[in-house]
Ligand binder design. Structure first.
Ligand code: PMP
Length: 427
């Protein structure tokens, strides 16, 4: 099939519920190599969305390819059985997870790990604590339990009765109309007020840095303030690190950036170079009793399959051997400086924010009013794609997340293209 045939076939047969960016792109990707994607016609694109924050080592890292190819020749799947691949994935994760998180369970999608976390929470929750809480604009997946934690008008209603406790600290659009640091962290205090008043909350599910919500990076003290009140009230901390686990924001977990210790953590995307792999990691008492105590209670058809576990073990080995995490701070600064320079020069940019190698450009039509401008974001996204850089579009926000081993030259090349495309988008 050529590109036209692929696009026509998909338009006719595929559910129309695909992403706006996929509908806009009109590009058929055929190959990936390192930080680059190639379309069917052989044009190359710098992948500044890393798949969807999955390709932390870029596409087709040779060591991951070699290990996965060997596994392909050996064993694809056995249901919930001991395999060298599964043991290696356990070991690789335990080298990186903070000490209290001693147990892991494997699944295939982020949402599935979120569902597993919900099971783990309720199997230990006292009878009076039968509600979960989450923050507005968090995203946790599209399965029913995960959806019940999404308090955000993104096309489905939440009828679970779970609680929304307030906002993650969005300093650009502070819902309390304050400015940091003179705000004295009123947003965290408001969340804490709800936490201490409700009495029926078993766990708080949160993204340390909200991803789909637009890369919302709270100030340094935000999470420790909330964690303290959760502890005082016997509320479990469940960190959704589906995007951030594996070093996307710098440290292996984004929680480590904020100095907090969650009771349960979900990881996925960047851990396995794009293979369907997710993990729920947790403290012994949550993961070895209740919902997870019975034989087979943490299994699923594909959870922990040897192919995905090999991809995860290999990805984490490369992360260590090539000291990828050690290089993130410098790359982050390079990207940040470049984006801030662009923000100073282009009035379509209302805000630039991020952590590690997860960034967002927020587009506005009026800086003073901060009027969201989805058209400008869309135009920028399209211009970038045409000029050979792929980003990630959502409303008036374009997210930027290159592979963690991106070269300085490729960061600089993308920034030059962003500059030119901003000028075109503004025109
Ligand atoms: N949690 C977070 C923070 C996510 O960003 C996502 C997916 N973008 C999910 C959960 C759901 O993951 P999946 O699409 O693999 O089910």
């Amino acid at each position: 099939m050529n590109s036209e045939q692929v696009l026509a076939t998909e338009q006719q047969l595929l559910s129309p519920g695909i992403s706006e960016e996929s509908q806009l792109a009109g590009v058929v990707f055929a190959k990936g190599q390192g930080s680059y994607l190639f379309d069917l016609e052989g044009r190359q694109y710098l992948d500044f969305a890393s798949g969807i924050f999955t390709q932390n080592l870029g596409h087709n890292h040779p060591e991951v390819v070699a290990q996965v190819k060997q596994q392909l020749d050996e064993l694809w799947n056995v249901h919930d059985a001991s395999t060298p691949a599964r043991a290696r994935a356990c070991q690789a994760l335990s080298r990186h997870l903070p000490e209290p998180l001693t147990r892991v369970a494997f699944f295939t999608t982020g949402a599935e790990a979120v569902e597993a976390a919900i099971r783990a929470v309720f199997s230990s929750a006292p009878p009076e604590k039968q509600r979960l809480a989450a923050l507005r604009y968090g995203f946790h997946g599209k399965t029913q339990g995960a959806r019940s934690l999404v308090h955000w008008d993104i096309g489905y209603s939440n009828q679970s009765g779970n609680s929304v406790l307030g906002y993650a600290a969005n300093c650009y659009r502070c819902p309390l109309e304050r400015s940091y640091p003179s705000c004295d962290m009123q947003c965290a205090k408001l969340v804490n007020k709800h936490i201490s008043s409700k009495g029926n909350i078993a766990a708080l599910f949160f993204e340390p840095v909200q991803g789909a919500g637009g890369v919302i990076v709270p100030p340094p003290e935000y999470w420790s303030m909330i964690a303290e009140v959760c502890r005082e009230n016997g509320i479990l901390l469940v960190a959704d690190e589906v995007i951030s686990a594996g070093g996307r924001t710098g440290p292996f977990l984004a929680c480590q950036h904020y100095g907090i210790e969650p009771d349960l953590v979900m990881g996925a995307k960047g851990l396995s170079s794009g293979f369907p792999f997710s993990v729920l990691a947790g403290r012994e008492e949550l993961m070895a009793q209740g919902a997870f105590a019975g034989a087979g209670s943490a299994s699923s058809t594909y959870g922990g399959n040897p192919m995905s576990c090999t991809a995860a073990a290999a990805t984490l080995e490369v992360l260590e051997n090539e000291q990828v995490l050690a290089g993130i701070e410098e790359k982050s600064l390079r990207l940040e400086n470049g984006l801030r320079t662009l923000a100073a020069e282009h009035s379509a940019i209302g805000d630039v924010r991020g952590l590690g190698l997860l960034w967002a450009i927020e587009f506005v039509s009026c800086r003073k009013q901060k009027t969201p401008d989805a058209d400008a974001a869309r135009a920028f996204y399209r211009q970038c794609l045409q000029a050979g850089v792929r980003t990630c579009l959502g409303g008036n926000i374009v997210r930027i997340g290159p592979p963690l081993n991106i070269s300085d030259a490729d960061i600089d090349a993308a920034l030059v293209i962003f500059d030119a495309c901003l000028a075109k988008a503004e025109a």
